[in-house]
Structures are given as C-alpha cells and as structure tokens.
Write a protein that binds this ligand. Structure first.
Ligand code: NAD
Length: 412
C-alpha cells in the first residue's frame, strides 16, 4: 500500500514509518520540520530508538521510504497515519488546534476516496468524532462509506517503539464494522497480534487510562516511599518482597522523575471535562512534588546546601528525551533554595552547560535519571559528607540504605 505518515520526524512517527516500510509499503514520511527531514533523508536518526538506524538506511536505499515536507502525497496514499504532537497549553487545556488545522488545511484538500485515516496521536475523548465531522462537512464524503477513519492509540514505549509497534495488540476505535475491518487489514501487515474493536471514544479513553494507570501507580509507589521514610523502613525491600510470586501485586519501585511528554499531559486530557478526578489530581501533586520533598530531605541531613550536582536530564533511563522531565524542576527547586547547580546528561538531546565545579565542591548529588553510563562514576572522588539523593538506589548496590538519601561516606 501507499502510506503517508504525518509527523514522521517525531518520536512515534519515525518508528511507525520504519515499521510500515519494513512491512513492504511505500512510505512518505511527512513532517513540517525541515531540519529533521534533511537529517532523516541522510540516514541519521535524531534520537535514541533501538533498531531505527538499520531500518532507516535499508529502506532509504531500497527506495520505499522517503521523508518530505510535501503533504500532497496524501492524495496518492491508501493510508494516512496521523502522529502529530498534541500538547497541553499553559493552563493545561488539551491543544487540539494543531490537529484541527492539519485536518482543515492539509488533509481535506488531498483526501482521497476509500482512504484509511488512522489517527494515532493521543487525543481527548470525543476528538475522533470532531475530526470525522470536520472532514464530512468540508468534503461531502461519508465516513464508513467513502473514507474510513479510526482512532488507533499509540501505546509504545519510547526507545523500544519499533519492536512494540510490531507486537502490541492493536486497539482500533472504529465507528463501524467496515472501518474496523479496513484498519484491521492494514494493521495486520505490520503487526500479527490481536486487533480489538472499540468505539473511537472508548479507545481514546483507553489510551488515557493506560497512561494514568501507570502515573497513579507511580504516585502510590512514591507515597509509600515517603511513608517508609517516616517509618525508617526500606520501601524497595518491602516492595520486592510483597510483589514476589504474588499475582495480585505489581507495585513499581519509587522514582523521582515521573515525567515525560505523555504522562504529564495525558491526565489533563482525561480530566478536562471532569473537575473531580481527585485520584489523578492527587497523583500529580505527589509526583510533581518529589523534587521539593527530596530537597527538604537532603537539607534535613545537611542544612547548608550550596552546590548540587544533578545526574540526568532525560525523563527516563537510557533515553535522550528531556520533554517534561522533572530534572529541570529539581534544578529550579535547588536554585530557589540558594544552591548553584551543575546538571549532566551524556545522552541528553538538550545542550546542558559544562559543569562549573569540581567533584569535591558538591554538597549534594541528586540522581534524577539512572542512565547506565553513570555506573562508571567514581564516587570516591566526592566528599564523604556529600549527600547522595538516589531514590532509584542506583549507586547503593547493597540496596541497604533506607530511602536512598544518605551521606556518601555511608556506602563507601
Ligand atoms: N513519545 C511517545 O513515546 C508517545 C507514546 C504514545 C503516544 N504518543 C503520542 O503521539 C503523538 C506524537 O508524539 P511524539 O512524542 O512523537 O511528538 P513529537 O513532537 O516527537 O513529534 C511530532 C512531529 O509532528 C511534526 N508536525 C507538527 N505539525 C505537523 C504538521 N502539520 N504536518 C506534519 N508534521 C507535523 C513535528 O515537527 C514533530 O516532528 C502525541 O499525541 C503523543 O501524545 C507519544
């Protein structure tokens, strides 16, 4: 099939384009970012994604994949996959204007009869209906008759998107049996697992529930960690013990950096029409409050904190994406409390300034992202009374420190 992927330079658009090319389709990867297009056509992958480099080189060479700013390829395509960013605004309202502008000014002029339109961006409930109504109103075409529109949530884990696009069960939010079937046939070309039919609104909510389930469980793990701190209990040991071979338990370990582009905003999408989503709101308070909590705990052990080293800027380990990472919030908390901060991240996609201080200057080290590369750090170079804030217990190999906040001398 001929496939156009919209937002093909993005973190999910690129892996999806590669998977479609691997399945044998002719793929036009469209993106408005010209720099990304140039880079991709030269075979360069702009961020960490396992297996992307090889697939990109192979399919550029074979000629069934090209990246372009020209969206008129839509009119030659059997399938249009939409993977645009859908952020929230400054007041945390879902911003769907990017999607609607794309539909009105780019999709509608080029839409073709019998085309499958696969909306894969995360959206607030009801958006697929609005997209359908816009297309029908502006073109006179009918969904389920002249074109097929489905919402197919993207549930991949960044950095492992290629593998997961090919293996995760695909949820298809379709208005009718026929639209489901058209999408199912296409999805089966790159993914052999089960295809599940929901309504578009069910699928939209299902995607948001997937991320909020994770977000709320992370908040619960963090709250348990704080309780453990008060009780003098090592919560990591307890969590591992209660999870072990107990089928009804899958509690994650606590972490200081529950962020990233999706988890931060998706709850807002879910709550935008429901003012009383208390559990999710409270989870925001807990997860977003971790930097403040950690700083106060550090100061409990060492009242004068003047120089801090933050390890990691990305929102998760071994990833280079810094979007909505709480590492930046942590930096601001330290600065607000009068400390100067060095922040290092060898993988980060965002240039960070060179460290100003030498190892022995730091009063505290805070591990925000446990990248494997940090394992080579020689902690003996730092002062023994330097406070280590390592909720991950990345450096505490014995996992014996109670909460991961301790004086370096305690583990050296
Ligand atoms: N990143 C993830 O792991 C992940 C996982 C699941 C779902 N999602 C969802 O997928 C969507 C995309 O997320 P992302 O992280 O890939 O975002 P991203 O910002 O990395 O990618 C979006 C891309 O769309 C391009 N773009 C913007 N407007 C365009 C237009 N009119 N025409 C063509 N291209 C345009 C941008 O230049 C950018 O390259 C979001 O809705 C997000 O919530 C992301």
């Amino acid at each position: 099939m001929n496939v156009t992927v919209i937002g093909a330079g993005g973190h999910v658009g690129l892996p999806f384009s590669l998977v479609c090319a691997k399945a044998g389709h002719k793929v036009w990867g469209v993106d408005v970012n010209e720099e990304l297009i140039l880079l991709l056509n030269e075979g360069e992958v702009p961020y960490i994604e396992h297996g992307a480099k090889e697939l990109l080189s192979k399919h550029l060479e074979e000629g069934n994949l090209e990246f372009t700013v020209n969206s008129s390829f839509i009119k030659q395509s059997d399938v249009v996959a939409i993977m645009l960013g859908t952020p929230v605004d400054h007041e945390n309202n879902p911003r769907l204007d990017f999607l609607f502008n794309f539909v009105d000014y780019t999709l509608v002029p080029f839409i073709k009869k019998d085309q499958l339109i696969l909306l894969r961006s995360t959206v607030s409930p009801g958006t697929t209906e609005l997209v359908r109504d816009r297309i029908e109103r502006k073109t006179g075409l009918r969904e389920g008759v002249n074109f097929f529109l489905v919402f197919c949530p993207e549930r991949v884990l960044q950095t492992k998107s290629i593998e997961e696009t090919e293996t995760l069960p695909q949820i298809i939010g379709a208005f009718s049996e026929i639209s489901f079937h058209v999408a199912e046939v296409f999805n089966n070309t790159y993914n052999k697992s089960e295809q599940i039919h929901l309504t578009p609104r069910e699928a939209e909510i299902g995607k948001l529930m997937t991320n909020m389930y994770r977000y709320v469980t992370f908040a619960l793990a963090n709250e348990f960690w704080m309780i453990g701190e008060k009780q003098g209990v090592n919560i990591e040991r307890v969590t591992k013990a209660i999870n072990k071979d107990y089928k009804r338990m899958d509690l994650p370990l606590p972490g200081p950096n529950v962020g990233g582009p999706c988890l931060f905003k998706d709850g807002r999408f879910l709550l935008s029409d429901i003012p009383f989503g208390d559990l999710i709101q409270t989870s925001f308070l807990i997860n977003e409050g971790m930097p403040d909590y950690i700083f106060n705990r550090i100061r409990g052990l060492q009242p004068t904190i003047k120089k801090v080293l933050i390890l990691g800027a990305a929102f998760k380990a071994n990833c280079d994406d810094t979007r909505n990472s709480l590492a930046f919030k942590m930096k601001k908390v330290c600065e607000r409390n009068g400390a100067e901060v060095d922040m290092i991240d060898p993988l980060s996609d965002k240039p960070l300034s060179a460290p100003k201080f030498s190892n022995s200057d730091y009063d505290a080290i805070i591990v925000m992202t446990p990248h494997d590369v940090f394992k080579i750090a020689d902690l003996t170079l730092y002062r023994k009374d330097c406070i280590m804030a390592d909720v991950w217990k990345f450096f505490d190999q014995s996992k014996n420190t109670q909460s991961g906040i301790y004086k370096l001398g305690d583990i050296l």
